[in-house]
Design a protein around this ligand. Structure first.
Ligand code: AGP
Length: 613
């Protein structure tokens, strides 16, 4: 999860930037760099690995200047080495830039620039931005106009900060979409810029959070704000009173809300670097897959607890459908007590955000004892689950602080979708065209999630309407049965409202007896193969006086005539709909709990990492 820091003022920029980057270390990164304007030219120091190495490099080759930018990079395009570390400088050496996000159309832009003779010095998508800015700036001389033109050309979500030795009195910063924030801080004759508040909080409490589509031109004296059309905007200055820990929440009220919103970024990071959209191939090198083992694989057991378990259930369906390998999901706390039939031609795949959940580790130990190959899908690098596994896939979400898991639910779903494609390719069960089509869908995931997040105000209105309920039923079918389970878990753990997730087809076998005007039914009904079945569930609930909240696909004209409230999601590929459908349910649970005045980040009786059986 990349971090950005910038400074302009009378002081030496380098220590301010390096200390700011240090405060963002907790986010995870694999290389770092700093660029400073020194005697009217740009000087850069970069290193792979931890910040200490960059500190040493800067000590040996000092940098002095009063304007600079720095970055910690979490590799997406290109290896985590020095040449791919940010900041990136243009061919002329006169424009330099740091970037969070992914330029989705970078290949075509790169080809265009290369055909004009531009020589690229890195494998990153980021470098196209700086090369393009330099090209446009050479024509009309203004850094901000050039940046604005480039931002209109590139696709994806971005936070960018740049400066040029041709206009040495300013730094330009911009935010597009949700690839993380950009915050500008005011000092006395000095200004600070960062992706995250903790990096600049020791210097300033007066800040402006950039909204998507906004660009700031920052000089020593202050900032001006505009949009991508060049219209001037009035900046909204926030005064921050929070302590440093609270400050990590940035513009959000709770870590959980922040983490819900971070899913555009965490999923972008989860996908990037693992997918080659050109060839339609998936790369999961840390899993250390052995082709012969995969070909001979008889079965995969997926084991996990709680939210990770619901992600595992979806993953099981992916692997069966896409790779045609038998998969069984089991709750980790049950696995070792059932005498599972395991051979050395089987794999046990554990899913765990913390990688320290006692039941999950015990289930892995059971798999090991019986000769299975152990795979882990973890978020915490270096955790026990990662260490005992034969191979792993990381979730790339950054730390999850809210006890209720959100971004560590969607990331493993996407990880397992990628795993299913890779296994399908290795087994020869997936033809080329289908594989390419499935891989191509991944590029839309951040967009779908972003579209759901943009509807938060509508979700909050539904939360206000139902916040006083005491019971609630969540229904889903097929791949979204687990979305119903997860939605119910989120509501119960945050708001202490009794909520049950059910496969919709089971309603008539018992739970329907509960439905009356006091029992809302939340129905996950995207437009997929099972849509009509879900419509009949809505009708059955309505016929018994139930209040229905439906998760439905934008453009659906029937559901609004049947349901009391609709939570809209965009049209997605049917297999990936759980990633979008859960977003409104996470926000609904969050807002209900928050409206009830509850401790959203630390609900009663729960722990983030359950290290006891
Ligand atoms: C979900 O909101 C909970 N925090 C809980 O169900 C959690 O997913 C479970 O305890 C598993 O944790 P893990 O992913 O760290 O193994």
């Amino acid at each position: 999860m990349c971090g950005i820091v910038g400074y302009i003022g009378p002081r030496d920029a380098t220590p301010i930037i390096l200390n700011g980057l240090k405060r963002l270390e907790y986010r995870g990164y694999d290389s770092a760099g700093v660029a400073v304007l020194e005697d009217q030219h740009i000087e850069i120091r970069r290193d792979a690995g931890k910040l200490d190495r960059l500190f040493t490099t800067v000590e040996q080759q000092p940098l002095h200047g009063q304007l600079g930018i720095g970055h910690t990079r979490w590799a997406t395009h290109g290896e985590p080495n020095v040449r791919n570390a940010h900041p990136h400088v243009s061919a002329s050496g006169e424009v330099v830039l740091v970037h969070n996000g992914i330029v989705e159309n970078y290949l075509e832009l790169r080809e265009e620039l290369e055909s004009e003779g531009v020589e690229f010095k890195s494998d990153t998508d980021t470098e196209v931005i700086v090369q393009l800015v330099d090209r446009f700036m050479a024509k009309d001389g203004s850094l901000e106009d050039a940046a604005r033109q480039v931002l209109r050309m590139i696709r994806g979500h971005h936070g960018i900060v740049l400066f040029s030795s041709r206009q040495p009195d300013r730094i330009v910063a911009a935010r597009m979409g949700n690839a993380g924030g950009v915050v500008v801080g005011f000092g006395k004759d000095e200004m600070f810029i960062s992706s995250d508040l903790p990096a600049i909080l020791e210097h300033t409490r007066e800040v402006v959070f950039l909204e998507s589509g906004q660009m700031a031109v920052v000089t020593r004296e202050g900032m001006s704000l505009s949009n991508l059309q060049g219209e001037t905007l009035e900046p909204h200055v926030d005064i921050i009173f929070w302590d440093p820990v609270a400050a990590e929440k940035g513009e959000y009220r709770h870590f959980m809300q922040k983490e819900i919103h971070e899913q555009v970024r965490s999923l972008t990071d989860t996908i990037s670097g693992r997918v080659d959209f050109e060839t339609g191939r998936i790369m999961l090198p840390d899993l250390k897959l052995n082709e012969k083992f995969v070909k001979d694989l008889e079965k995969i057991y997926i084991i996990a607890c709680g939210t990770a378990g619901y992600a595992g259930q979806i993953g099981a369906k992916y692997i069966e459908r896409i790779a045609k390998i038998p998969v069984e999901f089991d709750i980790a706390s049950e696995f070792r007590y059932r005498d599972p039939l395991i051979t050395d031609k089987m794999a046990v795949l554990a899913i765990s955000q913390s990688g320290e959940t006692a039941d999950t580790l015990a289930a892995m130990a059971e798999g090991r004892k019986r000769g299975a190959t152990l795979w882990a899908n973890i978020n915490m690098i270096g955790s026990q689950a990662m260490r005992i596994a034969d191979g792993y896939i990381s979730m790339q979400t950054g730390p999850e602080i809210g006890v209720a898991s959100t971004k560590a639910y969607t990331a493993p779903i996407v990880n397992l979708y990628m795993l299913a494609i890779l296994l399908g390719e290795l087994r020869g069960t997936l033809d080329d065209n289908t594989r390419r089509a499935l891989v191509a869908e991944l590029s839309h995931v951040p967009e779908w999630v972003s579209a759901c997040l943009e509807r938060e105000a509508e979700v909050e209105e539904v939360a206000k309407a139902i916040k006083d309920i005491t019971h609630c039923l969540y229904l889903g079918r097929g791949i979204n049965t687990s979305t119903a389970y997860e939605g119910a878990l989120k509501l119960k753990e945050l708001s202490y409202i009794h909520a049950e997730g059910y496969p919709a087809g089971e309603m008539k076998h018992g739970p329907i007896a509960l439905v009356d005007e006091d029992m809302p039914v939340i129905v996950v009904a995207p437009q997929d193969d099972l849509y009509e079945k879900m419509i009949s569930q809505i009708e059955q609930a309505k016929a018994r006086g139930g209040k229905v909240v439906a998760v439905a696909t934008v453009g659906d004209t029937l559901i609004p005539t049947l349901a009391d409230h609709v939570l809209w999601i965009p049209k997605t590929h049917p297999l990936l709909s759980p990633v979008a459908a859960v977003i409104p349910l996470q926000m609904l649970a969050y807002h209900i709990a928050s409206l009830r005045g509850l401790d959203v980040d630390q609900p009663r009786n729960l722990a983030k990492s359950v290290t006891v059986e």
